[in-house]
Design a protein around this ligand. Sequence first.
Ligand code: GLU
Length: 321
Amino acid sequence: MIDIPGSSAASRAEHREGIGAGRYAPSPTGDLHIGNLRTALLAWLFARSTGRRFLLRVEDLDATRVQPGVAEQQLADLAALGVTFDGEPVVQSQRLPAYREALIGLADRTYECFCSRREIAEAASAPHGRPSRYPGTCRNLTEAERERRRQTRPPALRLRADGARQTIRDVLHGEITAEVDDVVLLRNDGVPAYNLAVVIDDGCSGIDQIVRGVDLLPVAATQAYLARLLGQQPPIYAHVPLAVNAQGQRLAKRDGAVTLAELAAEGMGPDAVLGLIAESLHLDAQDERITLDAMLEHFDPDRLPRTPWVVIPVRGLRSGT
Ligand code: GLU
């Protein structure tokens, strides 16, 4: 369990009516790298520039990937850059009853799925398969078939989307309409799935603006659809460009000094990191020490770079855009 001070039920519930909120929702699986920090900063800028509150959520449901102390370090790194949050963090591992309750309400919109990852990959790679979508193998099993399959494998629960289409609004990508996927809502080890938890928590926290990496754009329509099923108003999105290495691959640990601690060891303190991020967003002020407030003053979503941020970690970092 993550020990974030004050993440109690009472503090979580505080949610002033009428004021929307943005959020940053990292998974505590490793220290944030400079690309993650940039996304967090953008989420803060989008929220603050539109008068919204800004909340932190710790997405720690996957106990096999959570690392002790990482959530606290992520919070400290964000604070070192000046990113602050309103209210207390929401910690997903403390919210299991809320997910279970929502699943009960969705019972007639879900079905049991017995597929392994390999079976899904095989079906998706077959002629006419669609790699990023569930191929529907278990969608129409008979009760007798389900009973037989339950003997060998516990089921996951999937959303029954019935081929619905959903439109989302994204500040950077415009209106996007996509087919809703039959995503997993409850994993077959009994852990609520990311797509369920994220939608319930955004709804419960009054989040109406979601800023995150563009890698999550493909699940946005499905999440917005789920939000509507749960009686929530879908949020407005801004899916921001990712940080990549010189080869154009997503930035990762192996790319050298990429976390705040590693950059500090290279002689680059938090102020310099903030300056580098500001420069990458074209929010740096000539001859002035950059602050979050100065960035906020110049922030204009229309002028944000739309291409990936190329980070070159050679003796510190240089921005490639
Ligand atoms: N926890 C997810 C991540 O670290 C982000 C989820 C979201 O922003 O919707 O990638």
